[in-house]
Structure formats: structure tokens, C-alpha cells
Design a protein around this ligand. Structure first.
Ligand SMILES: C[S@@+](CC[C@H](N)C(=O)[O-])C[C@H]1O[C@@H](n2cnc3c(N)ncnc32)[C@H](O)[C@@H]1O
Length: 159
């Protein structure tokens, strides 16, 4: 049985609190969002489920924020790594921390890929877009900033 106050979810409509995103600065593109959330974050360019961020060209952008749909996070991560290889843009991608223990993560990043993984000292309280109460998810999340290094560095952040 689920612990009270903890959400076990695989839905794609959960949103990052803007105070959390702002810790990483301002962004000029979000490939997976809603019009409302893009406005809240002050992101000028964005894609939604209707326009499909996976089909868009990310190379014009300098600072990209991604909290990908849970079910296809690996596809967004792959596109982030491909884009970074071409442009060296500042790309930040949020995912469940468990993802970094998967072969898929390592295969996509490649042996020469790397970056900084920001690990919070608690659970981010995401906002649910499905009308449910905002709550802590049952899994921990982290944010990876891709970098031109072949190691992965962990940095702690306080919530
Ligand atoms: C986890 S939410 C994150 C929203 C926002 N970026 C944030 O940080 O709060 C992911 C969003 O991506 C949207 N989405 C799903 N598939 C998509 C696609 N192929 N292209 C763009 N957005 C998509 C979902 O509808 C959802 O609103």
C-alpha cells in the first residue's frame, strides 16, 4: 500500500515548481512543456505534445530546460546528448535518479559523454496537471547538465 503523502505515478503531466527551475538560471527553450508552464518559466521557445519536441530542431538554442515525459524520457535524453554534441549548449535535463543506473542511460551518454548531476537533499514536490494534489513522488529526481567531459560529477543541492 502507498505511504500517505507519496505519489506513485507514471503520468507525463507533472510539472516542476518554477522556484526549482530558476535555481539553474533562465532558459530559451523547453522541448516538452505546456503553454502555461512555458509562460511561467519565461521560456520564449517551446514545444508541447501537439507540436512534438522530438521532431523539433534544438540547435538554435543556447539554454535548454527539459523535464521530459516520464514514459519517453530516454528519447528526450538521446536528443539532448545529440544536440549537445553539435552545439555545446547549456542543456539541463531532469529525470528519476534511478535512470542513471540503467544500461539505457549509459548507452545513450556514451563512453565519452559526461556532465554534472545535481542531486537534491530531498524530494521535489512536483505539481500535478491532472488535478491531483501536488505531492512528493515515490522516487528521487536529479538534474543533469551535459558537459564536455568524460566523467559524471555529482553536486549536492539543498531544496
Ligand atoms: C513532465 S512534464 C514537464 C513540463 C515542464 N517542462 C516542467 O518542467 O514543468 C512533460 C510535458 O511534456 C509534454 N509532452 C509529452 N510528449 C511530448 C512531446 N512529444 N513533445 C513535447 N512535449 C510533450 C507533456 O504533455 C507534459 O506537459
Amino acid at each position: 500500500m502507498a505511504k500517505a503523502g507519496v505519489v506513485f505515478t507514471k503520468d507525463n503531466e507533472y510539472y516542476t515548481p518554477s522556484v526549482f527551475v530558476e535555481r539553474f538560471g533562465k532558459f530559451d527553450y523547453d522541448p516538452a512543456t505546456t503553454k502555461e508552464k512555458a509562460a511561467e518559466f519565461g521560456v520564449e521557445h517551446f514545444d508541447t505534445i501537439e507540436t512534438d519536441g522530438l521532431k523539433a530542431d534544438w540547435t538554435p538554442y543556447k539554454r535548454i530546460w527539459i523535464n521530459p515525459p516520464f514514459t519517453i524520457k530516454h528519447e528526450f535524453f538521446r536528443k539532448a546528448v545529440e544536440t549537445f554534441t553539435k552545439t555545446k549548449a547549456d542543456i539541463y535535463i531532469l529525470f528519476p535518479i534511478e535512470f542513471i543506473t540503467t544500461k539505457r542511460f549509459h548507452d545513450i551518454l556514451g563512453p565519452r559523454g559526461g556532465g554534472v548531476i545535481y542531486v537534491p537533499d530531498g524530494r521535489i514536490k512536483f505539481e500535478s496537471g491532472l488535478g491531483k494534489k501536488a505531492n512528493s513522488p515515490a522516487f528521487g529526481s536529479c538534474v543533469m547538465k551535459l558537459a564536455d567531459i568524460s566523467t559524471v560529477i555529482m553536486e549536492r543541492i539543498q531544496l
